[in-house]
Ligand binder design. Structure first.
Ligand code: FE2
Length: 379
C-alpha cells in the first residue's frame, strides 16, 4: 500500500519541509519501583464504562507466574493473551491473534496493555493499530501507513534495552518476503507507559546484558551517523554514560543499576526516534531473519565484527562482556551455504536508511557482497 492509497485522512508526514523529523513523544509515563500498581487507576481514568473490556498482551515468560508482576486489575471481561517470544514476531503471528480476537468478541476493547520485552510490546502496538485500522499487519509495514489512531495502548516493559516502550515502530518479519520492518507511525507510539524497575529483577544475567546492550548500541550508532541532531545527541550521550555505569560496575543488576538501565532504554528509544541507527543493526537483522537469533543477542554477535566501523565501541563492548562475565557465541556463520549467505546479504542491505546514515548514499559500493559475507564469517 502506498501513502496515496490510504484514504481521505491527511497523514502527518514524518519529514517536514525543512527536512527535520517531526517527533512524537510518549504522552504519559510513570517511573519508579512499584509503579505497576498504578495500572488500575490509569485504566479507570481511560474509560468510565465499567462494562468495557481490555486486552492484555503478556510475555509467555509470565504465563506460569503472572502474580510475580503484582496484582493486575484483570477482570472477567478482559482477554489475556500470552505472546510466544521464542521466535521474533511475524506478520502471520499478529494476524492470527487479530483473527482470534475478532472471532471471540464483537465489541471493541477500550485498552490494549502490553507487558513484556520488546517483542511483546511490539505485538501489543501492532494489535492496537490493527483493531481500528483493519486489514493485515503487512499492509502497514513501512512509513506512515497507519491511517487512524489505534486502541488506547499502554506499555509495561519487563526487560530494559530495546527502547520499544518509546519508539514509533513495532518490528515484525513478513515470512513471504523475509523483510523485517515495522509499522513506523505516530499512531504506533504508546499513549501511556509504566516504567517499574522491580519488573526486571528476574531477568537472567545473559539476557539482561544482551538486551541492555541494545540501548548502548542504538546510541553509539546514532552518535556515529550523518543524521545527527542536538536532541538526539544529548539523549544518546546520556544513554552511553548510563550504560557505562551499569555494565562496567560490579553488579549490573543492583536496584540502582536496574533503574539506570530502564532510563537508558527509554531515552535510547527517544534518541533513535529522532535519528537512525547505523551499520550494526542491519547486520543484526540479517542474523535474526536468516538464523532466527533474537535481537539482543544478534546485536552482540554483530558487534564482534564491527571493528572497522565502530572501533572504540567494540573495544568497550569487550570490556563490558569481560566485566559481567557473559557468553557471546562465536562462529555462528561458519559452514553456511551460498544460498544462506545470499539471504544474509539481502536482509542486511535492505536497511537503506540506517546504512545511508552510517556510510552515505554509496553504501552499496562499500558493503559489497563479498565484504558482507566476510563480515558475517568473522562473527
Ligand atoms: Fe535495537
Amino acid at each position: 500500500m502506498h501513502l496515496a492509497e490510504t484514504g481521505d485522512l491527511v497523514l502527518k508526514p514524518m519529514i517536514i519541509e525543512t527536512g527535520k523529523k517531526n517527533n512524537k513523544n510518549i504522552l504519559n509515563y510513570i517511573f519508579g519501583a512499584g509503579s505497576i500498581s498504578e495500572l488500575g487507576s490509569i485504566l479507570e481514568r481511560t474509560s468510565t464504562n465499567k462494562d468495557r473490556s481490555a486486552i492484555y498482551i503478556v510475555d509467555q515468560f509470565f504465563e506460569a507466574n503472572l502474580e510475580s508482576l503484582g496484582k493486575l486489575p484483570i477482570s472477567g471481561r478482559d482477554v489475556t493473551t500470552y505472546v510466544n517470544t521464542e521466535n521474533e514476531p511475524t506478520t502471520d503471528y499478529v494476524n492470527g491473534l487479530i483473527e482470534s480476537f475478532l472471532t471471540d468478541r464483537t465489541e471493541e476493547p477500550f485498552a490494549v496493555i502490553g507487558i513484556g520485552g520488546g517483542a511483546t510490546l511490539d505485538v501489543a502496538k501492532a494489535i492496537s493499530n490493527l483493531l481500528t485500522n483493519g486489514g493485515h499487519a503487512e499492509d502497514y509495514q513501512g512509513w506512515d501507513l497507519v491511517r487512524i489512531p489505534g486502541i488506547y495502548k499502554i506499555g509495561i516493559p519487563t526487560i530494559s534495552g530495546t527502547g520499544a516502550e518509546a519508539t514509533r515502530t513495532c518490528v515484525m518479519t513478513h515470512p513471504p518476503t523475509g523483510i523485517k520492518l515495522g509499522m513506523n507511525s505516530d499512531h504506533t507510539v504508546f499513549d501511556q507507559i509504566i516504567l517499574d524497575p522491580n519488573l526486571t529483577k528476574t531477568v537472567p544475567l545473559d539476557q539482561y546484558f544482551y538486551t541492555g546492550m541494545d540501548a548502548y548500541i542504538h546510541c553509539a550508532e546514532a552518535l556515529n551517523g550523518h543524521y545527527r541532531n542536538a536532541v538526539g545527541d544529548a539523549l544518546s550521550s546520556q544513554v552511553i554514560k548510563l550504560c557505562r555505569e551499569v555494565f562496567l560496575s560490579d553488579d549490573m543488576r543492583s536496584d540502582e543499576n536496574r533503574e539506570k538501565l530502564m532510563v537508558a532504554s527509554y531515552l535510547g528509544g527517544c534518541a533513535v526516534a529522532t535519528t537512525y541507527v547505523g551499520v550494526l543493526h542491519p547486520f543484526s537483522a540479517g542474523l535474526s531473519v536468516v538464523l532466527g537469533i533474537h535481537h539482543g543477542l544478534a546485536n552482540c554477535i554483530a558487534m564482534t565484527a564491527m571493528g572497522e566501523f565502530y572501533p572504540r565501541e567494540v573495544e568497550e563492548f569487550w570490556r563490558m562482556v569481560q566485566k559481567q562475565n557473559v557468553h557471546i557465541p562465536r562462529g555462528v556463520c561458519e559452514g553456511l551455504d551460498r544460498k544462506q549467505h545470499d539471504l544474509l546479504y539481502e536482509s542486511t542491505i535492505i536497511h537503506e536508511k540506517p546504512l545511508i546514515n552510517a556510510l552515505g548514499d554509496r553504501f552499496k559500493s562499500i558493503l559489497t557482497k563479498s565484504k558482507v559475507k566476510n563480515i558475517f564469517k568473522s562473527m
